[in-house]
Design a binder for this molecule. Structure first.
Ligand SMILES: Nc1ncnc2c1ncn2[C@@H]1O[C@H](COP(=O)(O)OP(=O)(O)OP(=O)(O)O)[C@@H](O)[C@H]1O
Ligand SMILES: [Mg+2]
Length: 263
C-alpha cells in the first residue's frame, strides 16, 4: 500500500503521454502487454483497436495507474506517473468508461462529481455540450431528478452522455475513453459522437474504439493483438498495409452494410 499522502512532487509539464517498453502481466505468468512504446503529443487523439482480449483495456488502465507495469515507464507531461502525486494525476486524466458508474443521487450531484465546486450554470453548460438536454427535459424535476428511483430509467447511451458531461465539467487535459459498443439506436449514437467531439476539443484523447468508423480521424491508430502493437499509423496508412486493420475494416463495412439492408 502506498501512503495516502504522497511525498511525490513531479508535475506534468504538458498533456503528452509516453509509454516506453511497457510490459505487464496480471498473473506473473502470461504477459497481457508486451514491450509497448508509444508517444501521444498534447492535443492528439489516438485509438486502440483489435480483437477481444488483445490488451486495449489493460493498456488504458496502466496509463491511469490502476496497475503499474512490471517493466517500462509511463510518463505524463514528461513526468513518470509514479512520481506524480495521486491527486494531481487524478486531476490530469479523466475516464469515460462504457459502464461509467452513476451514483444514486440527483443528476446535478452526478455531474458535480466532476467538479464539486462548479456552479449550477457550469453544470448546465457541460450537460448542453454533452448533448444531454433531452434527458433533462424529459423528467419534470430536471437537474434535481434522482437517478435510481422508481420510474427513472436511463439507457446505456444516456448514461454515457451524462458521464461525458461529468468529464467535460472536470476539465482535465487528458481523456481516456472506452467507447460504448454499438447502440441499437442511431440517434443516440450520433448524440454520443457529438458529445465526445465536444469533450475531445483541445484535449489529448486516448480512445478504445469498438466501432471502427470512429477511428477515421485519429492521429494514430494502434492495433493491439496478443498484448503487442501489431500495426500503427493513420487510417489510410493502415488500410494500405492490407494487414490486420484493413481486414477488420472490410469486415466492419460488410456488417454495417448488412445492418442497413436488414432495416
Ligand atoms: N483483471 C484481470 N485479471 C487477469 N487477467 C485479466 C484481467 N483483465 C484482463 N485480463 C486478461 O488480459 C488480457 C487482455 O485483456 P483486456 O481486457 O485488456 O483486452 P481488451 O483488448 O480490452 O478486450 P475487449 O475488446 O474484449 O474489451 C486477456 O487475456 C484477459 O483475459
Ligand atoms: Mg476491453
Amino acid at each position: 500500500m502506498e501512503p495516502l499522502v504522497s511525498t511525490n512532487t513531479a508535475r506534468p509539464k504538458d498533456a503528452s503521454v509516453e509509454l516506453s517498453n511497457v510490459t505487464f502481466s496480471y498473473d506473473g505468468n502470461k504477459n497481457a502487454l508486451e514491450n509497448i512504446s508509444l508517444h501521444v503529443k498534447p492535443g492528439e487523439t489516438i485509438a486502440f483497436v483489435g480483437p477481444s482480449g488483445g490488451g486495449k483495456s489493460t493498456l488504458a488502465s496502466i496509463i491511469s495507474r490502476f496497475f503499474d507495469p512490471q517493466e517500462g515507464t509511463v510518463r505524463i507531461g514528461g513526468a513518470d506517473v509514479k512520481d506524480i502525486p495521486k491527486e494531481e494525476l487524478m486531476n490530469t486524466v479523466s475516464f469515460v468508461f462504457q459502464n461509467s458508474r452513476l451514483i444514486k443521487g440527483t443528476i446535478l450531484e452526478n455531474i458535480r462529481l466532476g467538479n464539486p465546486a462548479a456552479k449550477k450554470e457550469e453544470v448546465q453548460n457541460a450537460l448542453k455540450a454533452a448533448q444531454c438536454m433531452d434527458i433533462i427535459e424529459k423528467f419534470p424535476k430536471g437537474l434535481e431528478t434522482r437517478i435510481g428511483t422508481e420510474g427513472i430509467y436511463l439507457s446505456g447511451g444516456e448514461q454515457q452522455r451524462l458521464a461525458i458531461a461529468r468529464a467535460i465539467l472536470k476539465n482535465s487535459p487528458i481523456i481516456v475513453m472506452d467507447e460504448a459498443i454499438a447502440f441499437a439506436d442511431p440517434d443516440n449514437e450520433n448524440l454520443i459522437q457529438e458529445a465526445f467531439s465536444q469533450l475531445a476539443k483541445g484535449r489529448t484523447v486516448i480512445m478504445i474504439a469498438h466501432r471502427l468508423s470512429t477511428v477515421r480521424h485519429a492521429d494514430c491508430i494502434y492495433v493491439l493483438k496478443e498484448g503487442e502493437i501489431k500495426e500503427k499509423g493513420s487510417f489510410d496508412d493502415l488500410n494500405a498495409m492490407k494487414g490486420i486493420f484493413s481486414n477488420m475494416w472490410n469486415d466492419y463495412q460488410k456488417s454495417a452494410e448488412w445492418k442497413v439492408n436488414a432495416i
